[in-house]
Design a protein around this ligand. Structure first.
Ligand code: SPQ
Length: 440
């Protein structure tokens, strides 16, 4: 039986000290994928030991890749080369992880074997046509349910995929990365044009492994000519996990916090830009490049926030941080308005509706719109029972709201915090939030 976890947060407190949050989830997935396809042995440091990245790791073990670890975030991947994957004996179960399913669908479309990709209830409800349709244009054969959801039945079309020139209808790093991975097995060139910049870890890591990728403006082009040469990877802390602490320290008077070694790739730093526009006090210290990715220490102290209209160009650069940014908006004086963020409706939960429902229970004036939210901030945050709907980022966001609440908050269905941030409870309590986790 799967366990149920409930978080109970006592109101008040602040966040003080210095910490390093776990490794970047997006980069951890990609380190396994590219390390497995490389020639030679890849060492990874800072790997995220959480369920989503571990699902990708298990999938590659199931396809015959020898991977040692993880031990304290370190892995050794014995790459099998671009054409070395073996047919898995069973279907590949990818749990809650959209990244695993969407990126693997592109990679597996061009293999000489068939695969079936499955996931949990949330993942089985998420749209997969956004990858299966362009892959079909390349000649891939992937069956979904009638609703365009998992399980995905992939018939491997080794040597038969053809490159396409695809203009993505939505800004999605998963769709872009999926098509790039398929493009590594396709005849001719595969190009993907994105309507707005999205996280570029796939491109950067491919280049780090010596695989040619061409970027002209918003268009990325790849072909099957390259090979991947094993390369060591140092995964920085995940800015999406750091975001809970950036917001927590910004809203709780008396907070003073330093987050060490955080990835500040410009395609991920929308949360810092948005918080600064709201008046947050965040310093970026010791900027450096680690394995081709910019990294820094972030120092944040409490500062009164004000409501803003969030610039739409920042939306894809902060897409996973909106649940906790809504909490910041609830604490900010005046109105905050988000638009152009309809993608939030197809994440692990409908993050617009679920956050609006929970905020209303806590007494916050939060009006969901088709593509965003309007929040009148600055009033009191109350207590109550809110439902995270099994979405890790919602569960952690409402925990952070406890710092400014006037009464206890109970958050239901929190087990999936383990998909991205197993240490969350331990870390946030050590820094000053009064949170207990109850298992049943
Ligand atoms: O992997 P999953 O479940 O899709 O995870 C999420 C998250 O909040 O952890 C999205 F719900 O992050 C995505 C992100 O939203 C990770 C990702 C990536 O690694 O490429 C890209 C983004 O998704 P998308 O759909 O915008 O491409």
């Amino acid at each position: 039986m799967t366990k149920t976890i409930t978080f109970k947060v006592n109101p008040g407190g602040n966040l003080q000290g210095e910490t390093r949050v776990p490794g970047d989830k997006s980069m951890s997935h990609r380190s396994i994928m590219l390390g497995s396809l490389a020639e030679g042995v890849t060492h990874v440091k800072g790997f995220l030991e959480a369920e989503d990245a571990l699902a990708t790791l298990q999938a590659f073990r199931d396809m015959g890749v020898r991977i040692e670890g993880p031990v304290n975030g370190e892995l050794t991947i014995h790459g099998v080369g671009k054409h070395g994957l073996k047919a898995p004996k069973n279907e590949l179960y990818l749990g809650n992880s959209g990244t695993s399913m969407r990126l693997l669908s592109g990679l597996l479309a061009g293999q000489p074997f068939n695969t079936v990709l499955t996931g949990d209830k949330s993942l089985s409800g998420r749209p997969m046509k956004r990858v299966t349709e362009p892959l079909a244009m390349m000649g891939a054969e992937i069956k979904t349910t009638e609703r365009g959801t998992a399980p995905l039945h992939i018939t491997g079309k080794a040597g038969q995929l053809k490159g396409i020139d695809y203009v993505m209808p939505m800004a999605s790093a998963q769709v872009k990365s999926c098509l790039m991975l398929a493009g590594m097995y396709a005849q001719g060139e595969t190009s993907v044009t994105e309507p707005a910049p999205t996280r570029d870890h796939t491109e950067r890591m491919l280049s780090g492994f010596g695989y040619p990728v061409r970027k002209q403006g918003n268009k990325i082009t790849i072909n099957a000519e390259g090979k991947l040469t094993a390369s060591d990877i140092d995964v920085p802390s995940d800015i999406s996990s750091a975001a809970f602490f950036l917001v927590g320290a910004s809203i709780a008077p008396g907070s003073d916090l330093t987050l060490k070694h955080v990835g500040i790739n410009p395609t991920r730093t929308g949360v810092i830009d948005i918080l600064k526009l709201m008046g947050a006090h965040i310093e970026i210290l010791n900027e450096r490049l680690v394995g081709g990715e910019p990294v820094a220490d972030l120092h944040v102290v409490y500062s009164p926030l004000k409501g803003i209209d969030i610039p739409e160009e920042l939306v894809p650069l902060a897409i996973d941080e909106f649940p906790v940014l809504f909490v910041a908006a609830a604490c900010a004086e005046g109105q905050t308005r988000l638009s152009g963020a309809e993608e939030l409706r197809v994440k692990e939960s409908d993050r617009i509706q679920v956050m609006a429902d929970g905020l209303k229970i806590l007494g916050v004036d939060a009006q969901p719109t088709a593509d965003g939210m309007i929040i009148q901030g600055g009033g009191k945050i109350g207590g109550g029972v809110v439902d995270s709907h099994g979405d890790h980022r919602i569960a952690m966001s409402f925990s952070i709201a406890g710092l400014r609440a006037g009464a206890p908050i109970t958050i239901l269905d929190c087990a999936n915090v383990n998909t991205s941030f197993r240490e969350f409870k331990q870390l946030v309590t050590s820094l000053g939030l009064d949170l207990v986790s109850e298992e049943s």
